[in-house]
Structure formats: C-alpha cells, structure tokens
Design a protein around this ligand. Sequence first.
Ligand SMILES: Cc1cc2nc3c(=O)[nH]c(=O)nc-3n(C[C@H](O)[C@H](O)[C@H](O)COP(=O)(O)OP(=O)(O)OC[C@H]3O[C@@H](n4cnc5c(N)ncnc54)[C@H](O)[C@@H]3O)c2cc1C
Length: 295
Amino acid sequence: MLLPPFEYYRPSNLEQALALLREMGDQAHPLAGGTDLLVNLKLKKLAPKALLDLGGLEELKGSRADGGQVSLGALNSASRLASGGPHVPRLLAMGAGALGSPQVRNRATLGGNLVTARPAADLCLPLLALGARAVLTGPQGSREVSLDGYFQGPGYTVKEPGEILTRVLLEAPKPGQGGGYQKLGLRQALEIALVNVAAHLELEPDGKTIAMARVALGAVAPVPMLAPSAAQVLQGAKADEKSFTAAAQAAAADAKPIDDHRGSAAYRRDMARTLTLRALRQALAQAQGGKEVGA
Ligand SMILES: Cc1cc2nc3c(=O)[nH]c(=O)nc-3n(C[C@H](O)[C@H](O)[C@H](O)COP(=O)(O)OP(=O)(O)OC[C@H]3O[C@@H](n4cnc5c(N)ncnc54)[C@H](O)[C@@H]3O)c2cc1C
C-alpha cells in the first residue's frame, strides 16, 4: 500500500515547528515515530497536506532529573524507555517493554503514544499510575496538564491542534515505591491489550502500610482511566492480600467496559480484577525491594 503524497518539513527547533503549525493549521500533522500516523495515511484514514517531522527538535529529546522531578522528552522511544536508565521509573519501563514488537518499539515514541490516546496504550497506563503531567507547548507558551483529565476519548485529548507535546513530568522515584504492570492480549506479542493494569504503591517507612496508591486501567473505558475506589481502599491500609483483594474488586467496579468483538464487558471486568491483584502483588514486591511476584 503506497503512501499518499504530502509535503515534508523538518524544522530544526521548537519555535520553527510551532510557526509552521500556526501557518498551516490542521493541514499539517506532527510526525514522531510514524507507527500510528503512517499506518493511518496508508489506510487513507487521514490525508494531511504536510507532515512536520519532529525528529530535529532537541527540546523534545533526552531525560533529566531536577529538584525531585523527572522530565522525559516526548521523542524518547519505547525501546529507550524499556531499557530503563537513571530517570526512567521501572513501571514505565515495564509498560514500554510490553508495547508492540522490537521494530515498533524502536520507532514508537512517548509523545506519539500519549497523543494517539488509545484506551489500552501501554505507555499511558504506567504514566497515569505514576501521576504524570504532560507539557503542551503552543503559540501562547507551555502548560502542564495532569494525565488524569488529559484523555477525552479514543484518540482525543485536551491538546489543542497548534500545540506540541514536548515533555512528560514525573515525581522522581523514591525508596519504598513500587510498580506492577499486567497486560492481557489474545496473543503474547504485537497485541493491543484486551485489558491492562498499572499499579503504583508507596509504602510508609514501616514497609507494611500503604501511604499512597494509584491503579490505572486500560481497555475498560473509552480512555485510559484511574480507579479511584481502588486507591481509596488502599490508602492507609496494610499492604497485604486482604487489602489487595478488596482493591481489585473496587477497581473492577470502577471499570466501565462494553461488549465488543474482542471480549464481553463481564469478561473484561473480571480480568480487570484479576490483573489488578497481580499488579499490586508485583508493586509490593518491588516496593519492598524483593523479588517480583509474577502471575
Ligand atoms: C504493529 C503495531 C503494533 C502496535 N502495538 C502497540 C502496543 O502494543 N501498545 C501500544 O500502546 N501501541 C501500539 N501501537 C501503536 C503505536 O506504536 C503507539 O501508539 C506509538 O507510541 C505512537 O508513537 P509514534 O511516535 O509512532 O507516533 P506517530 O505515529 O508519529 O504519531 C501519532 C499521532 O500523534 C501525533 N504526535 C506524535 N508526537 C507528537 C507530539 N510530540 N506532539 C504532538 N503531536 C504528536 C501525530 O501527529 C499523530 O497524530 C502499535 C502500532 C503498530 C503499527
């Protein structure tokens, strides 16, 4: 399948990129790894007049930590995130390692995954559970948006057409924190999740009480979503099977799945419960510095 014709621009800095976007309006689409955009072009779902390659923008690259905050550039690839590194939380690395295949991971970017905003996106769930914020830069400057509120529907976010997602901000990882990621698909690889769950736990200094928890659920609503009832059950509770079982049930109740050709709503809800329990066990093992408990 051939790509339709388009004009190609490769701005060398953010200012130039924003000026081009302002000039061309919705006729120009930013291009990062191309794993979503080029497929949509080939399938003729989109026919933009121009593509704006973001690959030359230093402002969107690298990762750094400053004053207890980590800043990850939107152009970080899933491969780079999956291989970890000093500033990449392990939970995000787990999600990145579950995305697509090695070839797709080498091209797919953090920014592209957040802008595409699929309900089961493998980078979105860990970032939601970690309490991340997206930095959106447009003609009026930059604004920070919490991911809890960023997703509006499948493929829709609060990002305005003239804005570029430049970076993702996170609290720097601390001792006593741990994450768990579980993905269920119809196949083992190259699969968009049927249900996926990311859990983030922070323990009190006693190593047994939960100071804070977030559970994010995928493919059980039109957007990647947090499970507020699960977080409520866990906050201040003992980190044990009883609390995790109650939280998993609460997460399943928070889920809003619908029947579709890949699975029934009842099955997805049940899997949300099972995967939440497994993700919490994994997160606890990581938080306590022990061996991770698998399925
Ligand atoms: C075979 C295959 C398997 C896949 N498997 C998975 C999977 O298992 N899990 C999963 O989550 N996804 C999967 N995907 C989807 C895709 O790889 C991811 O969503 C990827 O993260 C998209 O990133 P990208 O850099 O390729 O985005 P692109 O395709 O370059 O862009 C996607 C969209 O985002 C916009 N955009 C990109 N970056 C920015 C930015 N910084 N600011 C503003 N707009 C921007 C583009 O204009 C476009 O609309 C798969 C795709 C393929 C082809």
